[in-house]
Design a protein around this ligand. Sequence first.
Ligand code: AMP
Length: 221
Amino acid sequence: MAFNLVMFGPPGAGKGTQASRLAVELGIPQISTGDILREAVQTGTELGLQAKAIMDSGELVSDQVVVGIIRERLAEKDSATGFILDGFPRTVSQAAELDVILQGRDTLVVIELSVPDEELVNRLSKRLVCVGCGSIVGLQPDASNATSLTCSTCGGELAQRSDDREDVVRERLRVYHQQTSPLVEFYRLRPSFLSLDGNQPLDLVTDAVREAVDTAIGVTG
Ligand code: AMP
């Protein structure tokens, strides 16, 4: 049965990693507003120029801009048979807009990944990302060694994301608790909403996500 999936959770909870695993498994696109914005920053488009300072400070890009990005992206052909949203929605207003965009489409399964703040700060301070292919490399013993490390997938350079510095991470967490956690209340009563413990080994989280999707589809299908 076809379905669409939203993964949300604080920065570093593993939603990108889990979304990417599931997207490959299911053959559907993983749509990350963070990736789309970072690409715009890299190519220097008008959107990128506007978004860069906001992203570097750990704040959120405006609802209007990200909803526009998602509306266009979900109109593309490859998302017609299912997609995984990673990092969108991030506010209740974005979630309400998403419901409007998705009217008449397949069931929306929503999964929240929760992880304690201190674990997130610890994870993000060690997270490296490939500049070439975007692969996420977790848990390096010392992220300051980044320049000597290369990506095992494409050989590209691994670097720390500019917003993974501890001061920015703390601000991103503050923004998350203030603006994104109210999504739990927004989705809580839907039978296709599930909250999972993201503070476990990656493979266990992947199993739990698969199971959660099966349960949600079973309940609503
Ligand atoms: P992420 O890669 O998901 O951690 O996103 C990186 C940054 O992009 C965030 O800290 C925000 O500044 C911006 N961003 C990504 N998605 C959204 C969204 N749905 N709403 C607002 N800002 C976003």
